[in-house]
Design a protein around this ligand. Structure first.
Ligand code: DX5
Length: 225
């Protein structure tokens, strides 16, 4: 591949009856990070995982654990998720009235800090915070559920964020999440995305997890930005 692309396996729609095996399988398949989607039923219309799942996953993998907090007032839980074994925490700009303080608090815990934007949130919402993050997550579906279809209009936002980040050193990563497949990943990469979160395209790939990861990586091998 022409760039240091990062492949991230979401576990939102993993078979939870064998979560440990799934984590070992995605690690063996060569994913770079594991993403854990935390949902509170308020910020998004779904409930998912808490710190105990992070603690459990921490015991079975050495891969970085990338927490995506889709919750109201995430400040309440930063320390809890840090102690549970997270390596990075991404919060939504829409859920943080004092985003600068939240991002600094994440970094003060020794974690990488990320900010996420829903599809309808413009890039301008995060412009003054870009020097405080290690990652910008451009959601390519409405957050809350796995298995949704990629929203093509988010491609222009990826491009906007990419140009805004050129001024920042060290340059934060651009993560995309939602409907990321071997078809949509190269489109996002062409606009500047470099970190790709996939649930269904890995965990539900017809030929299995290893083949799903390979399909994603191969789809990125021809991209030139
Ligand atoms: C949405 C979730 C999903 C999940 C990946 O809130 O964040 O995007 O990680 O799901 P897929 O890859 O199945 O769209």
């Amino acid at each position: 591949m022409s760039k240091d692309y990062v492949i991230v396996s979401s576990i939102l729609n993993a078979d939870l009856t064998r979560l440990g095996d799934v984590i070992r399988e995605v690690e063996a398949a060569g994913v770079d990070w594991i993403q854990i989607d935390v949902m509170d039923g308020h910020f998004v219309p779904n409930l998912s995982f808490g710190p105990s799942i992070v603690e459990a996953i921490r015991k079975v993998t050495i891969l970085p654990l990338d927490l995506h907090l889709m919750i109201e007032d995430p400040d309440r839980f930063l320390e809890t998720f840090a102690e549970a074994g997270s390596d990075s925490i991404t919060v939504h700009v829409e859920a943080c009235p004092h985003l600068d303080r939240t991002l600094l608090a994440i970094r003060d815990l020794g974690l990488r800090a990320g900010v996420a934007l829903k599809p309808e949130t413009p890039a301008s919402a995060v412009i003054e915070f870009l020097s405080l993050v290690d990652l910008v997550l451009v959601m390519t579906v409405d957050p809350g559920f796995a298995g949704q279809t990629f929203i093509p209009s988010t491609l222009s936002k990826i491009r906007q964020i990419h140009s805004l980040l050129e001024e920042i050193d060290p340059r934060p990563r651009i993560q995309v999440d939602g409907g990321i497949t071997a078809e949509t990943a190269p489109k996002a990469a062409s606009e500047g995305a470099d970190t790709f979160v996939a649930g269904s395209a890995i965990l539900k790939y017809p030929e299995g997890i290893q083949a799903g990861v390979e399909a994603l990586r191969n789809s990125l091998s021809t991209v030139t930005v």
